[in-house]
Write a protein that binds this ligand. Structure first.
Ligand SMILES: CC(C)(COP(=O)(O)OP(=O)(O)OC[C@H]1O[C@@H](n2cnc3c(N)ncnc32)[C@H](O)[C@@H]1OP(=O)(O)O)[C@@H](O)C(=O)NCCC(=O)NCCS
Length: 159
């Protein structure tokens, strides 16, 4: 059990690649990010990969955010916690860090897609203030639909 206070969120580093890919494979049946894609996102201006860890080395989860030039909307592309650490605040800590990062990138809203058949994640997003803004049919590789959610980024954008 990891106390929520022990969870730290930082930018992903090269040494996180194995953990990132392993979590992706354990978590998602389709629409997975490959090692090559993660590797590219680590060096990208338009993507940021966050890692939650306990202490410097115990990998707990990740969030992937995308940004577009001239857009004030950040996109949360992926959020996952290792199965052994779920329900202990890791996902919430990653979402709080995503909010701070989006604010630093001068965004005023964070958007995401979530499978309509993922009630656990939907509950988490709604508890944390995301509201539903639409549906995308056939959004996922296996044909499943997505709900689209949005939350305003807290506080004023950095000047
Ligand atoms: C959704 C997910 C990221 C939440 O991470 P987490 O670290 O468990 O999140 P927190 O501990 O901050 O919050 C837990 C909440 O997540 C939800 N949840 C979803 N799956 C859960 C699980 N297996 N165990 C515990 N809580 C879960 C619950 O609604 C819970 O809310 P509650 O505490 O009000 O019951 C995590 O369950 C996960 O990795 N799921 C698989 C990947 C996924 O579905 N990602 C979202 C894709 S859009």
């Amino acid at each position: 059990m990891t106390p929520a206070a022990a969870v730290r969120v930082r930018r992903a580093e090269l040494f996180d690649l194995d953990d990132l890919v392993a979590l992706e494979e354990r978590t998602f049946d389709s629409d997975r990010l490959s090692r090559t894609q993660y590797r590219r996102h680590l060096d990208s201006d338009s993507a940021k990969v966050l890692v939650a860890s306990a202490g410097p080395h115990r990998f707990l989860g990740t969030a992937v955010l995308f940004f577009r030039k001239h857009s004030r909307v950040a996109r949360l592309y992926s959020l996952a916690t290792i199965p052994e650490a779920r329900g202990q605040g890791v996902g919430s800590a990653l979402l709080a860090a995503a909010d701070r990062l989006a604010r630093r990138q001068r965004c005023n809203a964070l958007r995401l897609e979530v499978r309509v058949d993922n009630p656990g994640a939907i509950r988490l997003y709604e508890r944390l203030g995301f509201h539903r803004i639409g549906r995308r049919s056939g959004y996922y590789e296996d044909g499943a639909d997505a709900w689209r959610y949005e939350r305003l980024v807290s506080g004023p954008a950095a000047s």
